[in-house]
Write a protein that binds this ligand. Structure first.
Ligand SMILES: [Fe+2]
Length: 253
């Protein structure tokens, strides 16, 4: 039987990584251009065709200064890649935006969305959510018209009450899962259940470098196909293609 990865490759459905700290010197991810290239080359080797760079955005700086830093990091990386003609996955720019008080009033927030799209990766607090946190998510969706993607959803499950999780899932948000949850010995069954139930729309490696939190999305996708989740993987890849294209060309409306 043909492997799902080969079918995906044939149909040009490569793996899309929507959560990656690949830009050099931006956060606790890659520290140098060389490290960024290693992460990108390893991702390509695993079948990743596109990476959304999502450095942490914290309110200790303005969106404006973050964007200037991010462009400088991207330019340094692109220069090296072009200079040496290195083959790597496609790259576009986003951010992992940490929820904080006042986030919904932040100026130029839309510029933290993935490229030209209105999709934004949101990191929820790692403390118990109050109703105002959820109300802010609602306002991001309805007031700012941002399409919210909840970063590594699985990481909040242990901390939050079931009711809070359900309220979040009742909203029109998208859910991103990390590769490590699919690969983890103790978590893979829970991951499979969530994937099978259609909770998850996007995947990410959340890779930081080649020493800790390595690129693993190719392995995670292989694991999914071994677990009989090939059809779920195809659905995720189709959604991924649409969102990545929107990040490049805009929504067209
Ligand atoms: Fe992250």
């Amino acid at each position: 039987m043909e492997s799902i990865i080969r079918v995906m490759r044939k149909n040009k459905l490569g793996i899309y990584d929507f959560h990656c700290h690949v830009l050099p010197g931006m956060d606790d991810g890659c520290r140098s251009v060389e490290e960024s290239i290693q992460v990108m080359e390893e991702s390509l080797k695993q079948g990743v065709c596109a990476i959304m760079a999502t450095p942490h955005y914290y309110p200790r700086e303005t969106v404006e200064s973050f964007i200037i830093r991010r462009k400088a990091a991207y330019d340094r990386l692109s220069e090296k890649l072009n200079e040496n003609k290195i083959r790597v996955p496609m790259l576009n720019l986003g951010a992992e935006v940490a929820w904080h008080n006042g986030l919904i009033y932040e100026e130029r927030l839309e510029e933290l969305c993935f490229g030209k799209s209105d999709y934004m990766l949101l990191e929820m607090p790692f403390t118990k959510w109050s109703s105002s946190v959820l109300s802010d998510v609602r306002k991001l969706l309805n007031m700012r018209n941002i399409r919210v993607i909840i970063a590594h959803f699985e990481r909040y499950l242990k901390i939050q009450d079931k009711k809070m999780i359900e309220s979040l899932l009742d909203m029109d948000v998208m859910i991103q899962m990390n590769g490590e949850y699919i690969l983890g010995f103790w978590t893979q069954r829970k991951a499979a259940k969530m994937l099978r139930n259609g909770v998850v729309q996007l995947l990410g490696s959340d890779a930081h470098n080649m020493v800790q939190r390595l690129p693993n999305l190719g392995e995670a996708c292989r694991k999914m196909s071994q677990m009989g989740l090939g059809d779920v993987l195809m659905d995720i890849q189709e959604t991924s293609v649409e969102i990545f294209q929107e990040s490049i060309y805009g929504s067209g409306d």
